[in-house]
Design a binder for this molecule. Sequence first.
Ligand code: HEM
Length: 351
Amino acid sequence: MNQLLLCYSVATSERKSEVVESAYGASVRETIPTSIKLDRKTGRFSVYAWVVLGFNLLVILWGAYVRASGSGAGCGSHWPLCNGEVVPRTRGAETLIELTHRTTSGVALLLVLGLLVWAFRAFPRKHPARLGAVLSVFFIITEALIGAGLVLFGFVADNDSIGRAVYLSIHLVNTFLLLAALALTAWWASGGSALKLRGHGALSLILCAGLVGALVLGVSGAVTALGDTLFPGSTLMGGLRDDFSPTAHILVRLRVLHPTIALLVSSLLIFAARFAADKRPVRTTKRLAWALAILVLIELCAGLVNLILLAPIPMQIVHLLLADLVWTCLVLLTASALGEETALSHVSNRA
Ligand code: HEM
């Protein structure tokens, strides 16, 4: 796509390049050369960046399994050691589940540090992939610290405090931001152009509202997941009765919020996808918009199935996987629709 854009901008008439320049200013021209230099070295980096994103996704899903299976205290209240030892001698299922999570999180941290070093070697100064890698390192470090805090503050096993719900919400927001940073690193390394928030009118507002909405929806989901883990219902009707009972635990009563927020935010996301595809009718943006709308619809169905089946663990993991995919797709759609080159080609097409 980048090569095409380059050929396009070189081959088009003076008149078209004037239009582009007057609408977007000189900065647009400056960004083209950095993003078209997709040589072998950066090509390999981009593959690595997508793999690191995938690996982190698996670690996140395993983290949900740790919570859902009640194994968060599998290493006692020790961190980074497990039950006070590097390799614990007593290995029950809970200890193994928690230890696997710690080990794979450690590998993820090393992979992201590798991403940073490689990004600085492969890309020139001011290239957005470098920024993505710096943000990825920042959010994986905060992710590790938040994870450690869960254990050290005792927000594990059957702790049903509001503090735990707030803490898990912060954890989810950080996880989403980590995924966003990793996805953007891979995107920019693959030739996506830098974000430009200004000059898109309502489009940037709608996409930003979608991003904030998705974060709020994720947080409400994390609270629901905690409520389901601590107070599993034995029947659907019994669970729904508890949701509305004034004497039920606050985490049970909050559960009802999530499906409501899901319906509102899903409508916003589908609208945002449609709007982005209309305003930026570039192939990648249109494909991402379609992917987002389809993922949102599948996730709504998965949420309903989750509710009806009383959130069995495999369904919780599928639901979280879909939520992470919805989020990542939304981030990429935003990057594509608000990228400088997409805007550039859009104006060129109209000229
Ligand atoms: C686009 C729509 C949706 C998104 C992005 C979403 C996102 C999430 C997230 C991030 C969690 C927390 C998972 C975890 O921490 O393990 C969650 C949990 C949950 N969601 Fe949703 N959700 C959506 C729609 C729905 C709908 C429509 C329902 C019900 C009708 C629903 C029911 C549940 C339930 C029961 C849980 C708790 C059990 C679990 O962890 O899976 N969700 N959701």
